[in-house]
Design a binder for this molecule. Structure first.
Ligand code: SAM
Length: 192
């Protein structure tokens, strides 16, 4: 997308600045993840974008590392949320111990349809790498919408192949249950 439209990232940044300035709630996903965690937990924000989720979680006392492939968005995350650590990187090659970040995470949050932007060939590998960065007993919370080229059943099968088991399936970040008619999935996963 950024190759086709070089202004895509700056327009995306501006859109979120405008939403924040207009008083929109941009941290609903983060509030759900916060409720899953003890205080001072370790959070990996996978595909962190402008840092709206990890930034909130850092502001309430968690240790946050965010990784995103887009350097423009990572720069915005650094500007807005200096209390977290933001890295440019490809989730398909995620290896935080190689960057000196050895301690595993209590949760991986992956919101905002990130998994639907992944190349199909890398989906399971990304989920496997997320799994490798979570401590025993840790979890992932991954949310995305229907109609974006990644069927929910395919995602759940990929997650199982990557070493995750579904803990709780929701249809919204405010805890409504997932069902056959749902057009959004929030998958809370645990290591299988
Ligand atoms: C719609 S944005 C969501 C950003 C953020 N999670 C949020 O909800 O505000 C999708 C993000 O996924 C990132 N992304 C997509 N594929 C990626 C990959 N392979 N590695 C790292 N980041 C990726 C994009 O750069 C983009 O910031």
């Amino acid at each position: 997308m950024t190759t086709e439209n070089p202004d895509h990232s700056t327009a995306y940044v501006q859109r979120f600045r405008d939403l924040a300035a207009a008083g929109h709630d941009l941290v609903g996903e983060a509030r759900m993840v916060d409720a899953m965690l003890p205080r001072g937990a370790r959070v990996l924000d996978a595909g962190s974008g402008t840092g709206r989720i990890g930034g909130f979680l850092a502001s309430v006392g968690h240790e946050v590392v965010g990784v995103d492939g887009d350097p423009v968005l990572v720069a915005e995350a650094e500007r807005l949320h200096p209390g977290a650590r933001w890295l440019v990187g490809d989730l398909a090659e995620l290896d935080l111990p190689a960057a000196g970040i050895d301690e595993p995470f209590d949760v991986v949050v992956c919101a905002g349809n990130v998994v639907t932007f992944l190349a199909e060939s890398t989906r399971t590998e990304v989920l496997r790498r997320m799994r490798a960065h979570v401590r025993p007993g840790g979890r992932a919370a991954i949310g995305f919408g229907a109609g974006r080229g990644y069927e929910f059943d395919d995602f759940l099968a990929d997650a199982r192949s990557a070493g995750w088991a579904p803990d709780l399936l929701l249809s919204t970040w405010d805890l409504r249950p997932f069902g056959p008619e749902s057009d959004f999935l929030v998958a809370v996963l645990r290591p299988a």
